[in-house]
Design a protein around this ligand. Structure first.
Ligand code: GLU
Length: 383
């Protein structure tokens, strides 16, 4: 049995308490076992991203601030020192399997603001394309209380949706979800499968915002909501043992959250739901045919653009007669799109002065209008 075999792109989130021992520092043996698991997943053909906590936990030891609560600026300073050690440990552990690690530090704005989101997404996909394992953390040195995730569960869920991952694994110090917090309710029962995150499931995590639950099951259920809505399945399992990911693959106890569709269909659902498209790109008949056969929209197929839109907005794709062909997320703002309309992709850098994407709208970001009889689409005969 390999319960991970069907997943192609996997985000593994690792909690601080697994990676860092308060007394002895970084748990090198454990890290080595996870690196071996990652190498195994890659041998089986999956791409892997890691969201690793531990910067603050490591850094406070390095700075001799082990005891007591940290002030915000002490946490930030700890993260600054700890992140170097953390990144180095990952680079070395993965390096032993001839895998290159790439450090990515994100803030809330990087995942929530459209332009920065697209930049971060590009970086992650390029790292994966080049065969590296992104090792991601929140940029805790600059994140302040109001503008930070604070927990890596939700950060990992946003990373998973951003990367179009089909699975998010939360390695934790608990082995999954119980019908009630097990530490206070001895009769709590284990929940192996969640098909949908309902209010009843949320209630099982305990009261939101209580001191006990912060960073615990509440943020994990929040993460499940984010991930599953975007087509990413999620598993919560204990990371306390060595080789926890291989154990999960072999059937170790875990709570599995089913995905709503897959990442591409979820994104497409979101695109078709965007009613207020502010701009349009007009494409020639050749491009309409290419789109219908499953290709991306290249600048060469665009005749003109209309309206005001920014990179990352949903625009309407129209045929030359004005009929709607579909909708998609555009990779250029209106001004740049107009400058490269009709041009070859290889000329983009020369025209714009920067290296942009070769597609105006990538096919994964494009939803075509159905050509059913009676549909208002007027392009290529309409049938
Ligand atoms: N980003 C924090 C760190 O690296 C951890 C946040 C969390 O544990 O969820 O120390």
């Amino acid at each position: 049995m390999n319960r991970l075999a069907r997943f192609r792109r996997i985000v593994i989130k690792i909690g601080s308490s697994l990676l860092v021992d308060r007394a002895t520092g970084l748990r090198h043996d454990w890290l080595a076992s996870v690196a071996a698991d990652i190498a195994g997943l890659r041998r089986d053909g999956a791409q892997v991203l890691v969201v690793s906590s531990g910067a603050i936990a490591l850094g406070r030891g390095i700075l001799g601030r082990q005891a007591g609560a940290l002030k915000l600026e002490e946490s930030q300073a700890s993260a600054a020192c700890g992140q170097i050690a953390l990144a180095r440990a990952w680079a070395e552990a993965l390096g032993r399997h001839a895998i290159t690690a790439g450090q990515v530090l994100l803030t809330l704005g990087d995942t929530e603001e459209r332009r920065r989101y697209l930049n971060a997404r590009e970086t992650l996909s390029t790292l994966l394309k080049l065969g590296a394992v992104p090792v991601i953390n929140e940029n805790d040195t600059v994140a302040t209380t109001e503008i930070r995730y604070g927990d890596n569960d939700r950060l990992a869920a946003r990373v998973a949706t951003m990367a179009g991952a089909d699975l998010l694994i939360l390695l934790s110090d608990v082995d999954g979800l119980y019908t009630a917090p097990p530490e206070s309710e001895p009769r709590a029962a284990f929940v192996p499968h969640v098909t949908q995150v309902t209010p009843a499931i949320e209630a099982m995590a305990g009261a939101a915002g209580s001191d006990l639950s912060r960073g615990g099951m509440v943020t994990k259920i929040e993460a499940a909501k984010i991930a599953t809505a975007s087509g990413t399945a999620m598993a919560i399992t204990s990371g306390k043992r060595l080789n926890p990911v291989a154990a999960l693959a072999a059937g170790e106890r875990a709570t599995w959250f089913a995905a709503n569709g897959n990442p591409v269909t979820a994104r497409k659902k979101w695109i078709s739901g965007q009613l207020a498209a502010t701009g349009a790109v007009f494409v020639d008949d050749g491009a309409v045919g290419a789109l219908r056969s499953g290709k991306s929209l290249l600048p060469a197929g665009v005749s003109r653009v209309d309206g005001a839109f920014a990179r990352g907005d949903v625009v309407v794709v129209r045929g030359l007669d004005g009929g709607e062909v579909g909708r998609g997320i555009v990779a250029y703002d209106a001004a740049d799109a107009a400058r490269i309309a009709g041009c070859k992709s290889r000329d983009i850098a020369q025209i714009l002065g920067y290296e942009g994407r070769s597609e105006m709208i990538h096919r994964d970001d494009l939803v075509l209008r159905a050509l059913a009889a009676g549909a208002p689409a007027k392009v290529d005969g309409g049938d």
